[in-house]
Ligand binder design. Structure first.
Ligand SMILES: [Zn+2]
Length: 316
């Protein structure tokens, strides 16, 4: 029997709304829990690191001890991630350039989203952000004593198009793999090649696209899941660990018409409930390849324990 394949990916980031949440609750605690599960099962993942956030932290780290301490925790965790055999790749949320740091709360406000997309940045800003990302992640690899090509990218909000707005940065920074597109699970392929747009596959294209799987949850399954959420809403075990406020999702011109993707969601660990676990197992039987997109900040003790069960089942 052919071995089914899953690709686990995580966006390593805070919340991107009016309150970023704390580093401990959005990153350190849930990521350590996820790493423990993956270590137990010898499973590897890719972490897309929101390096524009880290660039903003560096502006404060010398003058503010809270930021300095948070930055060090993040660096140590990323080193652990890389040493454990996972990969760290680039994740750019451009609107960190306008984020306001609130010293008394040790949190950020990202209410200003004028620069939500990389497309909206000046060439200088783009260069600065990508250069920082490359130098920060190479430093992590160097400190971990691990070598690989840090050639993967995921666009903030998955807004990779228009690809031409980042193409020159890809070339300059030797990025050649993108993980921002989404495909209904029934149409999944592991990857395809492209040149000027992720929407136009080109057989011998210079870049590779690794699309994320989207699923639809409807009918009885959706109703049962809703009941489950109502029954557990006062129980800490089922609450997400991250403590920030999300941003309202922003649609670009390219995303207005989603067609087949409408009412679907990326397949994520944070969606796992006892109702959906059997469904995830069924998907594993049905499809030969699944690309997960998850976030440490959105995990609860419950989703992490269900993830453990799912991985156990997958490896069986
Ligand atoms: Zn993100």
């Amino acid at each position: 029997m052919m071995k089914k394949k899953i690709l686990l990916t995580f966006d390593y980031e805070l919340f991107l709304g009016a309150k970023s949440g704390s580093v401990d609750n959005c990153l350190i605690v849930p990521t350590d829990m996820l790493l423990d599960v993956m270590e137990r099962h010898q499973t590897k993942a890719i972490f897309f690191v929101d390096t524009t956030y880290i660039m903003r932290m560096c502006e404060w780290a010398n003058s503010n001890s809270n930021v300095k301490c948070d930055l060090e925790k993040i660096r140590q965790q990323l080193i652990r991630i890389v040493k454990s055999g996972h990969k760290v790749y680039h994740h750019i949320h451009a609107h960190w350039v306008d984020a306001q740091y609130n010293e008394s709360e040790n949190q950020w406000s990202l209410s200003n989203d004028n620069h939500y997309n990389v497309e909206s940045l000046s060439e200088e800003q783009k260069t600065k952000i990508f250069d920082f990302s490359v130098s920060f992640l190479s430093e992590i690899l160097r400190e971990a004593g691990i070598e690989y090509n840090c050639c993967g990218y995921r666009a903030g909000g998955l807004h990779i198009e228009p690809f031409m707005s980042v193409k020159s940065e890809f070339d300059r920074c030797k990025i050649c793999e993108d993980y921002s597109c989404e495909v209904p699970i029934e149409d999944m392929i592991e990857s395809y090649r492209y040149d000027d747009s992720t929407k136009t596959p080109v057989a011998e294209g210079r870049y590779a696209e690794y699309p994320i799987s989207r699923i639809k949850i409807y009918g009885l399954r959706k109703i049962m899941n809703g009941i489950f959420f109502r029954l557990t809403k006062n129980c800490q075990y089922y609450h997400k660990i991250g403590d920030g406020l999300p941003s309202a999702p922003k649609k670009t011109k390219n995303q207005v018409s989603q067609g087949k993707l409408e009412f679907s969601l990326p397949i994520s660990i944070e969606l796992l409930t006892p109702v959906l676990l059997p469904y995830y197992k069924k998907l594993l039987k049905q499809y030969s390849y699944i690309h997960f997109l998850s976030h440490p900040k959105l995990q609860s003790p419950s989703t992490i324990s269900l993830f453990d069960k799912f991985i156990k089942y997958y490896l069986k």
